[in-house]
Design a protein around this ligand. Structure first.
Ligand SMILES: [Zn+2]
Ligand SMILES: [Zn+2]
Ligand SMILES: [Zn+2]
Ligand SMILES: [Zn+2]
Ligand SMILES: [Zn+2]
Ligand SMILES: [Zn+2]
Ligand SMILES: [Zn+2]
Length: 419
């Protein structure tokens, strides 16, 4: 930034400072014309210190107003904005005093509490206090400028009206990498994307999956299933793919401790796999004997097993019988409960009959009692008769004539009967 520019920024700051406002307060009524300024300010705030080193070589986008180019043609004083001291951009003219400014610079003034022309302190009205000076702007656009990237080696120059288009294509301008966010000169961008960007996708030489270059170590140390590793048993194998390490250790590695294939027959050998072959060659007889003994044992166990099987069959038979009898019992219990129910019904019926009979009996008993009570009077009459006859017999007033037995009755037929 040269001294002229510094002074311009200082002047603008003072103008805004008088109104008691600062840059941040512009947010209140944001003007789309200022959007570039804001975008760049926020972008530069998030950049690192190494990026700031390059600040001087980048186009200055952080000031208001005019065209920030190195002009080939002479710029007259009247074409220079009195606020930013640069050739005017989108020239506007005040209606009161006729002074001209960049459109942005004038808007900067209008944001102050009391907007006045910096040349003559005349008031500027926000509405209708200025107009766009198209002819003035056109003259300025005809002036020739050099590319902003001249320091980087671009030798383009041309009319200001074409400068922005050139800047959009200039191979020395910087563009942001869409992957890592770094600013890279356009001419190096392809190389950056393909060979330098830490966020570029690369294909793994071992598993052929893609990963971001910055995560190469992470991929190789943790995720790549084909990454070659040194045997963890230190057998000397150097390039075992990660996914095959387990199989190598369990099935092939000569340093893995193994047991003899005849271990089940009782061989106690336990040593590195490298020593197994020698053991097998030297232990043929021993292995044969071990096999023989275990065969005998197996036969014996087989016999025991047969016994067990017979017992098992018997138990199963008993079990089947028990199951059958339990079914029969269940059936009998069902029949018995039916019979009990029938008996209960009968019992209830008989109980009712007994109750009826009892009632009838009680009734007849009470009637009988009444007739028995009358009987003494009848007996009394008969007793009196008997007493009277007895008295007459005793006085001889009457005689009892007993009839003779049947055979004597014929002989004594002429005997006088008693009176
Ligand atoms: Zn200006
Ligand atoms: Zn003026
Ligand atoms: Zn250029
Ligand atoms: Zn990148
Ligand atoms: Zn891989
Ligand atoms: Zn190994
Ligand atoms: Zn063995």
């Amino acid at each position: 930034m040269d001294a002229r520019r510094r002074a311009a920024v200082f002047l603008l700051d003072r103008l805004l400072g008088e109104s008691g406002s600062d840059g941040e307060e512009f947010d209140d009524d944001f003007d789309p014309d200022f959007s570039d300024y804001y975008d760049d300010r926020s972008r530069s705030a998030s950049r690192t210190s190494s990026e700031e080193d390059e600040e001087e070589t980048r186009p200055m986008l952080t000031t208001f107003g005019g065209y920030d180019y190195e002009f080939v043609d002479k710029v007259s004083d009247s074409q220079t904005c009195p606020v930013c001291l640069l050739p005017m951009k989108d020239a506007v003219q005040t209606t009161e005093c006729g002074h001209r400014f960049c459109n942005d610079c004038l808007h900067g003034i209008l944001r102050s509490e009391n907007p006045v022309c910096p040349n003559d302190r005349q008031n500027i009205k926000a509405n209708g206090g200025f107009f766009s000076d198209k002819a003035w702007a056109r003259d300025i656009l005809c002036l020739r400028v050099k590319c902003k990237q001249i320091t980087r080696g671009c030798h383009w120059f041309g009319q200001l009206r074409h400068a922005e288009k050139h800047q959009g294509d200039c191979p020395y301008e910087e563009e942001q990498c869409s992957d890592c966010g770094d600013y890279i000169q356009r001419r190096h961008l392809n190389t950056h994307y393909n060979e330098e960007c830490p966020q570029r996708l690369v294909e793994c030489a071992f598993c052929h999956h893609n990963y971001r270059f910055a995560k190469k170590k992470l991929h190789e140390d943790n995720f790549c299933h084909r990454f070659p590793l040194v045997c963890t048993n230190n057998c000397g194998a150097l390039r075992i793919p990660r996914e095959e390490m387990k199989t190598h250790i369990s099935d092939h590695c000569p340093m893995t401790e193994v047991t003899c294939p005849y271990a089940n027959a009782g061989c106690p050998f336990k040593d590195k796999r490298a020593h197994l072959n020698r053991h097998m060659e030297s232990s043929v007889d021993n292995h044969l004997w071990l096999t023989w003994y275990s065969l005998v044992e197996t036969k014996q166990e087989l016999g025991n097993l047969k016994d067990l099987r017979q017992k098992y069959v018997k138990v199963q038979l008993v079990n089947a019988k028990l199951t059958q009898s339990s079914a029969e019992f269940r059936e009998e219990i069902r029949d018995l409960s039916v019979a009990v129910k029938r008996l209960e019904a009968q019992n209830a019926k008989q109980m009712k009959q007994i109750e009826d009979l009892t009632r009838k009996l009680e009734k007849s008993t009470s009637e009988e009692k009444m007739s028995v009570d009358r009987r003494p009077f009848a007996f009394a009459g008969k007793r009196e008769n008997a007493d009277m006859i007895n008295r007459q017999l005793n006085r001889g007033e009457i005689q009892i004539i007993c009839p003779p037995p049947p055979e004597k009755r014929k002989n004594s037929s002429d005997n006088k009967p008693l009176p």
